[in-house]
Design a protein around this ligand. Structure first.
Ligand code: ATP
Length: 773
């Protein structure tokens, strides 16, 4: 008697562990890409249970060395691999088996005592060609009688098989989709139970429910599916192939045909990266500058033109063609991959890893037709860029930078007292409400006046506020800003003071990521500015450690960057699912798309939300829907969403799209009027964006929208100068969490602190001097 039944896994014998992982990787490429065999065991190759016709030689097999020997559970070698030799299945030839392999001969989970005859019979069944088993089942008219216990065991095995995540994942490799898998497994079960023979049932029963039995059944299941469901398989295969995003560098054949030189200007903020890249841009005969923000594109447009290099401006909202210009400053989403350039600059290249917008940087890097491409950014994506350049065949030159002057952390902090604010300070808070609370407190208790910068303000207003702050001949000498200050603006900041270091991520309060803290703190002290030495600190002493930790932390090493399909890819995919709604289609694409390890699919929640809203509008083509989804709209602002719906509806009805929005008569007198101005500007900006992305004649009020937008930006600027009111929330009524999250305690609101202080004051006269916002 022997212990049994035996494992159906084979063991790989190798004197070096890395050969094991090499084999595991290449085996994984075909059938096992979802399973993770443990270090000591590996699945057999060629796969004895997989139909021969499905077995493709794994692509990197020839790179393996002679040390690899496949053993079966008896220690018999099944195949050996020599250098540059394809694996050949050998007849079982006995080789000396290591003692530790012996331990694995029996399966401890289903350990039963079986007779020697039975064991030999089981071993024979285990080695049978699945195709042969399938044919035999097919030719059998009636199942043989089974014992009750074997029958129950078989039913349980099939129940597990049809729910098996492993089998469902493996089935994907032969194009049986996860939604179809349960049906296929159910039909396979009926087929099997109606025809099975006793020895097969006994063998399966001896394996018991679980992976052993699943691995035995799976190749027979594959044979069954290939014959029974060829149409489903074909359909799913086409769908998967149409969502294949594994080789994005092949999407741009013209760029691939070029010999491009990529220069990575790599360093922290304020180290001269962009300056040097822009020098090359201006020297070039024809150049393009790709910006992360409209505002920065405008800055470069103005700066370059002022230096005598004619430059046009292209953003989603505006096209300013400068006569005879060969240079263009654009937002990264708008850059053309058809135009040929001598020099291209892609600013803030680390944004390739941005979860929502990363795809635009990836597309620019892969697709730009430029002899020389300058990338400016921190080192976080350097390794991915190296990998991409090796895929594209581009030459990569790295230029490393250090900050002109080190950033100094003030250990004293404000100790919660905003009265310590000085001229040239920038207080950074992460919500609009806090920004206005800080402004209110500073202006009430000190002689300083505050400019404000936050994301919802139009770029023109942000620039106007920046200019007001930079100008020494006025009383506005303090800036209160959100993270929008981290990029793009040329500011004379002496010291960055973090009001807090947590922000709301749409769901909860989370610590501000270290990379963002670095980027923002780095705005203090700028070469050539009034304050060349940069300082940074926090409002509260408790936050200082986190600030120091963030500044000390090396830049992340990003492993993956963003991708998003072009419309043509989505269209191809939609062809496989003709009746599916667009929002569902995007979801399906996300589920089925294949990406290689250097990329992720960018989040498309924003896109899906718009797609959902537009679902009820009839008469929009797939392309229209796709384009509408990228319109710049705050999906949390119901007013802005309503206008988008209205624009899309008119467009679908082939009517001229009206602005249908009045102009406020004067600047804002309170926060809700200010919020209203912000929304109106966003709606106009959306109108202009749509007019640039759809047939222009359908948007006949572009001029009017431009004038209104300029006027509203002006009203906003006027409103901000006199703003001294309590802020309101855009989503009034929806409270945001204030509790401690991820170990970070958010500072109390200014108002509460003030109230607290008032109470303290009555108890402690010393505190009278301290104005805590
Ligand atoms: N060689 C130089 N001569 C004169 N001014 C320079 C030089 N290099 C950089 N500067 C100035 O220093 C400041 C910071 O430079 P730059 O914007 O290029 O830095 P950066 O590393 O790109 O920072 P960020 O990432 O914040 O944009 C700018 O005002 C720029 O004009």
């Amino acid at each position: 008697m022997a212990r049994g039944p035996a494992k159906r896994l084979l063991y790989l014998y190798s004197c070096k562990q890395n050969y094991l992982s090499g084999v595991r990787n290449c085996l994984s490429t075909r059938f096992l890409h979802h399973s993770q065999p443990s270090k000591s065991q590996i699945y057999p190759f060629p796969f004895p249970h997989v139909p021969k016709k499905l077995q493709l030689p794994p692509p990197h097999f020839t790179q393996l060395t002679k040390f690899c020997i496949f053993l079966d559970f008896h220690g018999h070698s099944l195949c050996t691999l020599s250098e540059n030799e394809k694996p050949v299945l050998k007849s079982t030839e006995s080789i000396q088996c290591k003692a530790d392999h012996e331990d694995m001969i029996c399966n401890p989970e289903t350990e039963t005592i079986v007779s020697e005859d039975e064991r030999l019979n089981f071993a024979k069944i285990a080695e049978r060609d699945p195709l042969e088993i399938y044919k035999e089942l097919k030719d059998t008219l009636k199942a043989e009688k089974q014992s009750r216990s074997d029958w129950d065991a078989l039913n349980e095995i099939f129940r597990c098989f049809s729910r098996s995540g492993w089998a469902s994942n493996q089935a994907l490799a032969v194009y049986i989709g996860s939604s179809f898998f349960p049906t296929a497994a159910h039909k396979f079960c009926s087929f099997f139970l109606k025809r099975c023979k006793t020895d097969l049932v006994k063998y399966l029963a001896s394996l018991g429910p679980g992976q052993e039995a699943e691995k035995f059944l799976f190749p027979i299941f594959v044979e069954f599916c290939m014959e029974e469901f060829p149409d489903e398989i074909k359909r799913f295969r086409k769908m998967v192939e149409s969502a294949d995003m594994t080789k994005p560098h092949t999407w741009f054949p013209f760029a691939r045909a070029m010999k491009r030189k990529i220069i990575y200007h790599c360093g922290p903020t304020n180290s001269g990266k962009t300056y040097n890249a822009l020098q090359r841009f201006m020297e070039a005969k024809k150049g393009v500058y790709c910006s992360p923000l409209r505002l920065l594109a405008m800055e470069v447009f103005d700066k370059v033109n002022a230096l005598g290099v004619y430059c046009s401006l292209l953003t989603g909202q505006e096209k300013k063609d400068f006569p005879f210009s060969n240079h263009v400053a654009c937002t990264v989403e708008m850059v053309s991959t058809d135009e040929l350039y001598d020099v291209a600059v892609i600013d803030e290249i680390q944004m390739m890893a941005d979860p929502c917008r990363g795809y635009a940087w990836t597309r620019a890097l892969l697709g730009l037709k430029a002899d020389e491409i300058h990338l400016c950014g921190d080192p976080s994506v350097l390794n991915v860029v190296r990998k991409i350049c090796s895929d594209t065949g581009d030459e990569l030159v790295e230029q490393h930078y250090e900050r002109f002057k080190p950033l100094v952390v003030e250990a004293k902090t404000f100790l919660g007292d905003l009265k310590k604010v000085r001229s040239g300070d920038c207080i950074v808070a992460f919500s609009r409400r806090e920004i206005f609370e800080v402004k209110l407190a500073i202006e009430k208790y000190t002689n300083h006046r505050c400019c404000v910068i936050y994301g919802a303000l139009p770029p023109e207003t942000r620039r106007q506020q920046a200019a007001l702050f930079n100008d020494q001949d006025n009383e506005f000498d303090v800036l209160v800003a959100s993270d929008a200050v981290g990029m793009g603006l040329n500011l004379n900041i002496r010291r960055i003071v973090f009001y807090n270091l947590a922000k709301y991520n749409g769901d909860k309060m989370v610590p501000v990521p270290a990379s963002q803290v670095k980027q923002i703190a780095g705005r203090a002290g700028r070469r050539g500015s009034r304050y060349p030495d940069g300082l940074t600190t926090t409002l509260h002493l408790e936050d200082l450690d986190y600030l120091i930790e963030c500044l000390k932390k090396p830049f992340d090493d990003v492993k993956r960057v963003g991708l998003f399909p072009f419309f043509e890819q989505v269209e191809l995919f939609a062809g496989q699912l003709p009746d599916m709604k667009f929002s569902k289609l995007l979801e399906k694409f996300g589920e089925n798309c294949r990406l290689d390890g250097s990329y992720f699919l960018c989040q498309h929640l924003h896109i899906k939300k718009i797609a959902n809203m537009l679902e009820r509008i009839q008469g929009l083509s797939l392309e229209d829907r796709f384009n509408f989804c990228f319109a710049p709209v705050n999906i949390r602002d119901p007013k802005a969403m309503y206008h988008l719906l209205r624009f899309a509806s008119s467009y679908a009805q082939k009517l001229p799209v009206n602005i249908a929005m009045g102009m406020p008569k004067c600047s804002a007198r309170n926060d809700s009027e200010l919020l209203d101005l912000e929304t109106r500007h966003q709606v106009l900006s959306m109108y202009l964006w749509l007019s640039n992305h759809f047939e222009e004649e359908r948007f006949p009020y572009v001029k009017k929208a431009e004038t209104m937008a300029t006027d509203i930006a002006q009203l906003l600027a006027e409103s901000l100068i006199k703003a001294n009111w309590k802020p309101e929330s855009r989503n009034a009524g929806k409270s945001k969490p204030q509790e401690k999250e991820d170990g970070y305690e958010r500072p109390m609101s200014l108002i509460k602190l003030r109230e607290g202080k008032r109470h303290e004051r009555s108890e402690n006269a010393e505190q009278l001097e301290k104005v805590t916002a």
